[in-house]
Design a protein around this ligand. Structure first.
Ligand code: NAD
Length: 481
């Protein structure tokens, strides 16, 4: 393609990149063309960093109240464009329109929440041993933030960094996942129309290993916010060594079904945790440990839920699951399911790509029984609409199976015994444990992140936690004479 797209937003201007490339974006729904995307060079990323640095000098001096007002204006602008943004989100990402509409709504809430919370980002005064000393602390913006984000929630995940980051006085250079670059550009266009200073938010589209690498490693950025895979997170951790880093990486459950669980509640919550966003969620119900006493009944009821999913064009009313977002995730899902089947699992429903689909990216909602602990679908994150059911007999065995995994993001436990629930909360090797609810339960202000020592990330996003993480805590000391 020779037509130069302008999906980079640098210093308040929409620009292409003479040293970059332009590629046509296609919809996962049916492969149709959506529009051109700039695949930028490192030079474009450098120009965006320069613009963010220039804007930073002024933005950090804008009063907290004025920054909060700007966040509210952005929230209002997104709300006014909610439907259009949701339509493009569905077209480019593949999720059903209702899910897209919900996601865009949460991004409105994200800016309003940052506007509220930044006003209460209080430091402290600290009593001292030395009677002549007075000590206080306060939060200051770190400077320019590099933000790199995935394609599964391409509106809300960036806002988890952009809203608190801007509210706190940082400026931002954002690189979105290439397969959702157009919804990123549409979001930035709406934000830019909310009367904000040029250069405080810059967008650079293109390959993660080029522009993402440049913004995280460049000496001109002061902090990194990254959500994505553990593999990329580990590369970035090295490339951005020494900078403060917030990292939200992969997850792999588990969901634990105990014999005294309210089975209807457990099945409904687990099915929604498996099939929302076609399973492309870091907190998905990726592996399900079921007590032997209820295994067969749980499996049969899960199969009923899977058969009730309406797979198809996500733009249509009534569709509850669309395609996977891209070829590499579709290939991974197929490989993990086949590996489980080869190791003796059975697909009691689903298990393959449907016939006559609009594109090769659709995958049937799948329930696998008899899954072995060695199966890749148990050991690795799959990111598809698949419920692998494993059996256990004792709590100790469930704890062992839960621990025997490199991920540690979100787990769910279903039981009516409060003492047992508390024991599971303490034993589960995950940053979040949901009792009697879907693993996808989440609200914007709740701390969200992985357990230390696992491959699920470091730090916590969510409400005041992201605000504090994206600031330096400055200590000032005085002497009274
Ligand atoms: P990915 O790691 O492949 O890509 C994420 C982003 O990193 C993309 O923008 C990509 O372009 C960029 N990137 C790739 N290589 C890079 C490099 N060398 N340097 C800098 N940037 C680079 O992940 P994905 O497939 O887009 O997203 C899925 C993953 O994200 C899953 O593992 C999922 O669990 C995780 N995720 C985690 C959370 C959470 O909150 N913990 C939320 C959503 C998704």
């Amino acid at each position: 393609m020779t037509d130069n797209a302008r999906t980079n937003f640098i210093g308040g201007q929409w620009v292409g990149d003479p040293d970059g490339d332009v590629r046509m974006q296609r919809s996962p729904i049916d492969g149709s063309e959506i529009g051109p995307v700039t695949w930028s060079s490192r030079g474009a990323a450098q120009r965006a960093i320069d613009a963010a640095q220039i804007a930073q000098a002024r933005w950090r001096k804008v009063s907290t109240w004025d920054r909060a007002r700007a966040m509210q204006r952005i929230g209002a602008a997104i709300a006014a464009n909610r439907e259009d943004l949701a339509r493009l989100l569905t077209l480019e990402q593949g999720k059903p329109f209702a899910e897209a509409y919900f996601e865009v709504g949460k991004s409105v809430d994200g800016f309003n929440l940052a506007a509220d919370l930044v006003k209460y980002l209080e430091g402290s005064t600290i009593p001292t041993e030395d009677p002549t000393k007075r000590v206080m602390t306060f939060y200051q913006p770190r400077g320019v933030y590099a933000v790199v984000t995935p394609w599964n929630f391409p509106v809300n995940i960036p806002v988890e960094y952009i809203a608190p980051g801007l509210a706190a006085g940082n400026t931002i250079v954002w690189t979105p996942a290439p397969s959702t670059a157009l919804i990123a550009a549409a979001l930035v266009r709406v934000i830019s129309e909310a009367d904000i200073p040029p250069g405080i938010l810059n967008l650079v589209t293109g390959a993660g290993a080029v522009v993402g690498d440049e913004i995280v490693s460049n000496a001109g950025t002061n902090g990194v916010g990254f959500t994505g895979s553990a593999a990329t997170g580990k590369v970035i951790a090295q490339r951005a060594a020494g900078k403060p880093q917030l990292m939200e990486l992969g997850g792999n459950g588990p969901v634990v079904i105990l014999p005294d669980a309210d089975l209807e509640r457990a099945v409904t919550a687990t099915a929604s945790g498996c099939f929302a966003n076609a399973g492309q969620v870091c907190s998905s119900s990726e592996r399900i440990l079921v007590h032997r006493a209820v295994y067969d009944e749980f499996a049969a009821r899960m199969a009923e839920k899977a058969r009730a999913v309406v797979l198809g064009d996500p733009r249509k009313d009534g569709t509850t699951m669309g395609p996977l977002n891209n070829a590499s995730v579709a290939e991974k899902v197929g490989q993990h399911v086949n590996d489980a089947l080869e190791r003796g699992a059975k697909a009691i429903t689903g298990g393959k790509r449907p016939d006559n689909a609009l594109s090769p990216l659709y995958f049937e909602p799948t329930i696998l029984t008899g899954v072995s602990r060695e199966a890749i679908i148990n050991t690795e994150e799959t990111f598809g609409p698949v419920a692998p059911l494993l059996v256990f007999d004792t709590d100790e065995e469930a704890f062992d199976m839960a621990r025997d995994n490199r991920y540690g993001l979100v787990s769910s436990v279903f039981t009516q015994d409060i003492d047992r629930a508390f024991r599971y909360v303490e034993e589960m090797p995950t940053g979040i444990v949901n009792i009697n609810d879907t693993s996808n339960y989440w609200e914007l202000h709740i701390p969200f992140g992985g357990l230390s020592g696992k491959d699920s990330g470091m730090g916590r996003v969510g409400g005041k936690h992201a605000l504090m993480a994206m600031c330096d805590l400055k200590t000032a000391t005085f002497t009274v004479r």
